[in-house]
Design a binder for this molecule. Structure first.
Ligand code: OAD
Length: 225
């Protein structure tokens, strides 16, 4: 069994479960459905093309929840782990920014950032803290702005993804916390790792294939690790 205190290089992959104790519903857990839509029905370019207002309303709802949220003990434990580890990379599927707020330094946001908006037609993008209103048209080309996140069917940001793959394949340990590990390519990172420790309240498709599977909440288990 690997002792995390001895590890020179640690990669971490987090998902919505680490923010659940901050009051942000996960995608596939209780409270995750918004107006009975599954994320796969709204987080797609096709859904945005069909009904941008609806998709924006969902993101504005999530932004309001996130704006009221604080990082929890799970986020803070990862800040401490980074401080103690010579080579550390935090890869997150979360777009909520709570790892930044907790104080994590090296963060790879493979699914983007909910506090960004970008143009659906040109390369314009900006920080966007609006929680009530849909953004105005793109100031550069007049097309519609969209949330700066990655949707189903879209590629992940290339440079960020390459770095994530490199970090995982070079790490002594991959710690996977609070993700259902069902959405690819993110879940594929588990195949690149030498040694995986999973922290989750429930079983996942990987639980019986990882080196260590710890059942419990991130807020409880990560500080103990
Ligand atoms: P999911 O909602 O699929 O999974 C959340 C996981 O966290 C589940 O396995 C829960 O058992 C676990 N969980 C819940 N509360 C927990 C807690 N307090 N401590 C530990 N574990 C807990 O969320 P993700 O795996 O993040 O993508 O979903 C992956 C992607 O699907 C998201 O990034 C998003 C979504 O659609 C895009 O929007 C592209």
């Amino acid at each position: 069994m690997i002792d995390l205190r001895e590890a020179q290089s640690i990669a971490v992959l987090t998902g919505a479960g680490i923010s659940a104790e901050s009051g942000i519903p996960t995608f596939r857990g209780p409270g995750g459905l918004w107006r009975n839509f599954r994320p796969e029905e709204l987080a797609t370019p096709e859904a945005f093309a069909r009904d941008p207002q609806l998709v924006w309303e969902w993101y504005l709802w999530r932004r309001r929840l996130i704006a009221a949220a604080e990082p929890n003990a799970g986020h803070r434990a990862l800040v401490e782990l980074e401080r103690r580890t010579p080579r550390f990379t935090l890869i997150t599927q979360n777009v909520d920014g709570l790892h930044d707020l907790a104080g994590s330094q090296r963060i790879l946001k493979i699914h983007g950032d909910i506090w960004h908006s970008r143009c659906s037609a040109c390369s314009y993008q900006r920080r966007d803290r609006s929680t009530e209103e849909m953004p105005p048209p793109c100031p550069e080309c007049g097309a519609m702005l969209r949330p700066g996140v990655v949707w189903f069917g879209e590629s992940l940001p290339r440079i960020v993804w390459d770095e994530a793959e490199r970090a995982v394949s070079q790490a002594d340990v991959l710690l996977v916390a609070g993700t259902s590990a069902t959405v690819y390519p993110a879940a594929g990172l588990l195949h690149l790792a030498r040694y995986v420790i999973e922290v989750n309240q429930e079983e996942t498709p990987f639980s019986d294939r990882v080196a260590v599977s710890l059942r419990g909440s991130c807020g409880e288990v990560l500080p103990r690790l």
